[in-house]
Design a protein around this ligand. Structure first.
Ligand code: MG
Length: 340
């Protein structure tokens, strides 16, 4: 197998801001696109490194260069390929997810089946995806809500000093939509109960990552009020975190770039189910390649937030849909994506 990769600079439709990173007003994003070639077929993967998980394009490239020399000649040997890489680069989940995704795409193409079908999943069980509204000025937020008018579910970034004003605007513009909020750890353990009680006024479907990772001690008191399910994101990175979320959260947000790809994500889903946790699938700002990999598992999730490609002004791929919240799992083999 031959692995090649290149950097791709993506343009965003709007600047993207979240509470944990602060306001950067970033309008571009760089990712690594990976191709693994075998017997005339090419599998695509994507690495969207997160600086807050100490990942960079450079550190990801190191993993890919190493992987290029050890892939061997059997794309079906997923464990034999991925386990040593995970051991050698335990913190490079985004680059590992790119290799994992490219191998799944390649295997699907070699077999002539979509990954979801290979897994025996039912595409009709794919939940609707939310569409994310980032932190911004109130008039810009109102405009974003208007632009998202075809999406039935909105996810709003909170955890700022301005949450009530932001949510007032959202509820004024979208009184009846399903509304999810993501605090990205922006609430303090002391203040979280009060902040979540405030959120109840806005009829939220779920609350993602209210307090920072490791600061969960007051979350059981929030759960006891059954305001909305609490979903762990930054507190649940890989499979080793799943069981520590029991009792603190109602569910976990699994992202391929956090856990290392489709294969570890499947293990996390089964572990979460066995522990009574709900499952959400999330993403980074990334192209349809990364989104399509996560979407293959969407029929196994309670909630999906796979809108990263919809935030781009220049997605170099298509094939996974997402307009009006509806992702499409087609019969195209592998991840089902097409280069534009
Ligand atoms: Mg989140």
């Amino acid at each position: 197998m031959k692995l090649t990769f290149h950097r791709r600079k993506l343009r965003l439709k709007h600047p993207f801001n979240i509470a944990s990173v602060g306001r950067t007003d970033e309008t571009t994003k760089q990712v690594l696109l990976v191709q693994i070639e075998h017997k005339g077929r090419v599998g695509w993967g994507e690495s969207a490194p997160a600086s807050y998980y100490n990942q960079s394009l450079e550190s990801g490239q190191e993993v890919l260069l190493h992987a290029a020399g050890m892939l061997g000649d059997d794309p079906f040997a997923l464990d034999a390929i991925l386990d040593p890489l995970r051991k050698a680069f335990p913190h490079e989940s985004a680059a590992l997810a790119a290799i994992d995704g490219a191998l799944h795409d390649l295997i699907g193409k070699l077999l002539g089946v979509p990954v979801w079908k290979w897994f025996g999943l039912d595409p009709k069980r794919t939940p609707m995806t939310s569409f994310t509204i980032g932190i911004d000025d109130l008039d810009v937020i109102a405009r974003k809500v208007h632009e998202a008018k075809t999406f039935p579910i909105l996810k709003v970034k909170v955890g700022t000093d301005n949450d009530d004003a932001i949510l007032d605007v959202i509820r004024r513009e979208a009184p009846d939509k399903v509304l999810r909020v993501d605090a990205n750890g922006g609430f303090s353990p002391q203040g979280v109960l009060e902040r979540c009680r405030d959120l109840a006024r806005y009829r939220v479907e779920l609350i993602e990552q209210p307090t920072p990772r490791g600061q969960h001690e007051t979350l059981p008191a929030v759960r006891a009020e059954t305001i909305a399910p609490l979903i762990a994101d930054e507190s649940c990175i890989g499979i080793e975190d799943v069981l520590s979320c029991v009792g603190m959260f109602d569910g976990i947000n699994i992202k391929l770039s956090k856990c290392g790809g489709i294969r570890p994500a499947l293990q996390m889903i089964h572990t979460a189910r066995s522990a009574g946790l709900k499952v959400m699938l999330g993403c980074m700002v990334e192209t349809s390649v990364g989104i399509a990999a996560a979407a293959q598992l969407a029929p196994l999730a309670d909630y999906i937030d796979l809108d990263g490609h919809l935030l781009l002004a220049d997605d170099p791929f298509e094939g996974i849909g997402g307009e009006a919240g509806l992702l499409t799992l087609t019969d195209r083999p592998g991840l089902g994506i097409i280069e534009r």
